[in-house]
Design a binder for this molecule. Sequence first.
Ligand code: FAD
Length: 551
Amino acid sequence: MDSPPYSFHKQNNMVYLKLCLILFMGCVPDTTNLCSNQFLATPTIIPYRLDPSHITSPFQTLSLDGYLSFDNNHHTAKDFGNIYHFQPSAVLYPKSVSDISCIIKLIFEMGSGSELTVAARGHGHSLQGQAQAHRGIVISMESLKGSPKMQVHIGKLPYVDVSGGELWINILHETLKHGLAPKSWTDYLHLTVGGTLSNAGISGQAFRHGPQINNVYQLEVVTAMIAGKGDIITCSVKKNADLFYAVLGGLGQFGIITKARISLQSAPKMVKWIRVLYSDFSLFSKDQELLISSANSFDYIEGFVIINRTGLLNSWRSSFNPKDPIQASQFSSDGKTLYCLEMAKYYNPEETDVMDQRTEILLSGLQYIPSTLFTSEVSFVNFLDRVHLSERKLREKGLWDVPHPWINLLIPKSKIHEFAEEVFGNILTDNINGPILMYPVNKTKWNNNTSLVTPDEDVFYLVAFLSSVVPSSAGTDGFDKILTLNRRILQYSATANLGIKQYLPHYRTQGEWRAHFGSRWKVFLQRKSSYDPLAILAPGQRIFKKAAPIL
Ligand code: FAD
């Protein structure tokens, strides 16, 4: 680890003074309320400088294995969304779980008179400042990576023990050394365990295995409880089950995940990756629903919408081979909206023939446009890490660090046609400068005790509008135009009474949060008052405000 400008090792007086200072500043009422619920129209940096005249504090015995940094923390006021930018007072780079517990204990002891909050930051790939803490302390969870060292346990129910700050891509590489891999993924693997488990972790395997939060055996969590402030608690379905379920999908509200035990299965070497097109939405969704309900289906099922009024966009098939090149070359979309069903079958090289036969059988039951069958054979790692390839290309063009006003919705199966008709037929008249993902999952495979809120039906769809803003564009790929479309989609979703829930939710008022949680709000509130009664944790979610009563 590089030495930071101000590093804090045990008994460093200089830093002690600075810490005193921020803790004191944390007690000063924030009259500007910069953490307000306002949606910022343009990316903004909100600076926060310490005033050295306020040096006083009872915090003389702080002792850390890692260090606190007070300067050059701008990167923690930024996330993948690149829309909200809140400066913290300090960043903790923990080297042990006790560093995290120590900080939380200190802040807890300041009581509700202090506005100092704590945000765990995973890989900072949130979209609306969820891992930021205005004037608070950000904990850089990645510096806990490898502490403890990842440990794979083989056996009947294999699992891996990892740090909460570990990246999923590293877990993939480590578990593959044992021929194993986690069962459920996200589309992009450069995210931390703590970050995705605080939401859900949904991808094309979730129809079968549930999201990542359903594939965890045990967690270690640092809470901000009254009884044991800063306590390090191990929890599972059998032990401290309420905390276990609270933290999974809990938006960082109930504790900081420092370790996780993740279930594993045998890993294949290869993946047959298939894409087919539909111009009829009913056939597309019918086939997706058929596939997710079949016992012997594909291993991964997703899909996306291609809104294209001007001709055929070919990027959907760029690295794929057509089954029938002549037919494929004659296909034209005529400017219609198209729906791409994406499937994958895992296999090992020696099973290629059997896999091909099974795939043929599965495909023969589908009603896609025959000339649009495209396939590709890739390694398991390249398949799972596919978005990273796009990341590299976008980075080269300077298009990765642009604002990303994304919306993710969970929509009940019974309402998906109504939603598609209005949104793809009326609201969106052109592509959104990013993919629109769309695929169903089975709620029966999901555990309903976690904090995650989903629609009230056995099958629901994830629909994700993943726009990228082209800086300084005034066109359809400009910030304002995308925001206007997003507002229309969200407004329609809220008022059409379709039972839609936001995934990676973002709201402005507590009333909206109550509506989001519905009948689950009472439990969410109870858990908040049990595990973080002063509302110290994850202020960037903007559900609770520190020092305000939890109602
Ligand atoms: P951060 O953004 O750092 O944190 C997210 C939240 O969790 C914050 O509130 C933070 O305080 C809290 N938190 C972080 N670490 C901890 C911890 N250890 N303990 C407690 N709380 C913690 N999501 C999907 O489900 N499926 C996808 O396919 C998918 N693809 C994505 C692709 C890209 C390119 C991006 C940018 C995001 C994608 N996401 C997807 C969303 C992603 O899962 C969430 O944004 C996730 O929170 C990001 O993880 P992170 O490590 O960057 O977390």
